[in-house]
Design a protein around this ligand. Structure first.
Ligand code: NAP
Length: 287
C-alpha cells in the first residue's frame, strides 16, 4: 500500500507514524515544500521515501496536511494525478471552502474531507507523535460524495488509529469549530500578547506566572503559518464568536467596576458547569 503524505508536520506526520505501525505493507512517501522537513522526516523514520507530485500515480492513499489556503489549490491538482481507486484525504481545520474547491472535480468521489480534532501547539516533523489520534474525534464532511469503497478504506484506518467518527456538513463544522477551537486560540494568543506587552515595563512579571498561566497560553505557541489562513477562511464565524466573547469580557469588567461581587461569583459558579460538560465528553470517549 503506497501512502503519500503532503505536508510532513504534526498532523500528517503523526497520521503516517500510526498507519505504518498498523499496516506492515505500507510504504510512506513524503512530499513537502521544505527539503529540511523531508530530510528530518526520513531521519526520524516518519517517511520511507521522498517523492514529488509526479509520483502520485502510484499512490493508494494521499493525505493532504498543509495550511488550508494552500490545500485549496493542491487538492484539485492531486486529484488530477491519482488513479481511480486512490483515496485522497484532507485533514485541514476548515471544511467549507475546501469542499467547494472540489465540488465539480471529475474525481470528487476519490476525495474525503476530514478534520481530526487532535493536536498540540508544536509543528513540523519533530512534532509528529504516535497515538495522537487515539480516543479523539474525527469529523467527516459530505461523506455521501465519496465512493463507498473509499469511505470504507478511510473508516478502517480511522478505526485502527482509535478515532471516533462524527458526520457533519461543512458549514456546521466551520461554525461550531470556531467556538471550540478557533476562539480558544485567539484568546490564548491575545492573553500572551497582553502579558508580553506588560512585561516590557515590569520584567519580574514572568517570575510570578504559575501553571494556570502556562496552560492558558499554551496555544499561543501555535504556528501563525497554519492559523492565519484558518482565521481567514472562517472569518465570519470567528468574528461572531469574538463579538460574544468580547461582550462577556466587557460585562465582567463592568461587574467589577460596579462592585457587583455576588454577580461575579454567580458568573463563575455558572461557568463551573464546564467541568460536568468536559467530564461527560471524557466519559463518552472512554466508552
Ligand atoms: P505543520 O506541523 O506546520 O505541518 C505542515 C507541513 O506542511 C510543514 O512541513 C510545511 O512546511 C508543509 N507545507 C506548507 N506548505 C506546503 C506546500 N505548499 N506543499 C507541501 N508542503 C507544505 O502543520 P500541522 O499542524 O500538521 O497542520 C497541517 C494541517 O492540519 C492544516 O491544514 C491544519 O489546519 C490541520 N490541523 C491542524 C491541527 C493542529 O492542532 N495543529 C489539528 C487538526 C488539523 P513549512 O513549515 O516549511 O512551510
Amino acid at each position: 500500500m503506497n501512502v503519500f503524505v503532503i505536508g510532513i508536520g504534526l498532523i500528517g506526520g503523526s497520521l503516517v507514524l500510526d498507519i505504518k505501525n498498523e499496516y506492515q505493507n505500507a510504504t510512506i512517501y513524503g512530499i513537502d515544500n521544505s527539503e529540511e522537513h523531508l530530510n528530518k522526516a526520513l531521519a526520524l523514520n516518519i517517511i520511507d521515501k521522498k517523492a514529488t507530485y509526479k509520483d502520485l500515480d502510484i499512490a493508494d492513499i494521499v493525505i493532504i496536511s498543509i495550511p488550508v489556503d494552500v490545500s485549496l489549490h493542491v487538492i484539485p491538482k492531486v486529484l488530477d494525478g491519482v488513479h481511480d481507486n486512490c483515496l485522497v484525504l484532507d485533514v485541514g481545520s476548515t471544511k467549507e471552502l475546501v469542499c467547494k474547491s472540489v465540488e465539480n472535480h471529475s474525481k470528487r468521489r476519490n476525495f474525503l474531507a476530514a478534520h481530526p480534532i487532535a493536536g498540540t501547539e508544536f509543528s513540523g516533523p519533530t512534532a509528529a507523535i504516535r497515538n495522537l489520534y487515539k480516543g479523539k474525534t474525527n469529523i467527516i464532511c459530505e461523506v455521501e460524495k465519496t465512493a463507498f469503497k473509499l469511505q470504507e478504506k478511510a473508516l478502517e484506518i480511522f478505526s485502527k488509529l482509535g478515532m471516533r467518527i462524527r458526520y457533519m456538513d461543512p458549514k456546521s463544522h466551520d461554525k461550531h469549530i470556531a467556538y471550540v477551537s478557533h476562539l480558544s486560540h485567539i484568546s490564548s494568543f491575545m492573553l500572551g500578547k497582553t502579558v508580553i506587552d506588560k512585561e516590557k515595563n515590569e520584567r519580574d512579571i514572568f517570575d510570578m506566572a504559575g501553571s494556570g498561566f502556562a496552560s492558558t497560553v499554551r496555544l499561543a505557541k501555535s504556528s501563525p503559518a497554519m492559523w492565519t489562513p484558518i482565521f481567514e477562511q472562517n472569518k465570519e464565524n470567528v468574528i461572531e464568536t469574538l463579538e460574544e466573547y468580547i461582550q462577556n469580557l466587557q460585562h465582567f469588567k463592568l461587574l467589577l467596576a460596579e462592585n457587583k461581587f455576588d454577580a461575579i461569583y454567580a458568573e463563575m459558579e455558572n461557568t463551573n458547569h464546564i467541568k460536568q460538560i468536559l467530564n461527560g465528553i471524557q466519559e463518552v470517549k472512554l466508552q
